[in-house]
Design a protein around this ligand. Structure first.
Ligand code: NI
Length: 149
């Protein structure tokens, strides 16, 4: 978990920049690539990344929500991500201090310290980025940014 806002801020800057790179490489054609019949499309996973950041508002952070509907273009999803990832970071830096990270919130029946939630936000995003790069290959995309080499 994170115990210092500054540590989260530094890591979020790096991690969200990687996600931006990936989302900006997405093509509209690739958005419909599915994991498997009945499972998410690449576009849905990309949009899920935006919405999962918005979920941080349930930890008591206040920042603007993304648009309600999933955008139809890859560029619009990337733009929503760029906005909300910046807004969330700004909210953490201005509305929380290091002590806030130790506060516990009840989420889905579990007890979560805010510092745990911030850590999970980063891990969760990395998990879905991995899915996205596979789907981007399956969609025939040639230009896929390298993530961690
Ligand atoms: Ni998820």
């Amino acid at each position: 978990m994170f115990t210092k806002v500054a540590d989260f801020a530094a890591e979020w800057e790096q991690e969200s920049a990687i996600t931006v790179k990936l989302l900006e490489a997405l093509t509209d054609e690739a958005l419909n690539q599915r994991v498997a019949e009945g499972h998410w499309t690449l576009g849905e996973i990309a949009w899920h990344l935006v919405q999962s950041i918005n979920y941080m508002s349930s930890m008591g952070l206040s920042f603007p929500a993304p648009q309600a509907e999933q955008p139809t273009s890859a560029a619009a999803i990337a733009a929503e991500y760029r906005a909300i990832s910046r807004e969330m970071l700004n909210a953490v830096m201005t509305q929380w201090d290091d002590a806030s990270l130790l506060e516990v919130k009840e989420i889905a029946g579990g007890q979560w310290r805010n510092g745990d939630s911030l850590r999970l936000t980063i891990t969760h995003q990395a998990h879905h980025r991995g899915q996205m790069t596979v789907l981007m290959r399956q969609a025939g995309m040639k230009e896929i940014p390298s993530i961690f080499g």
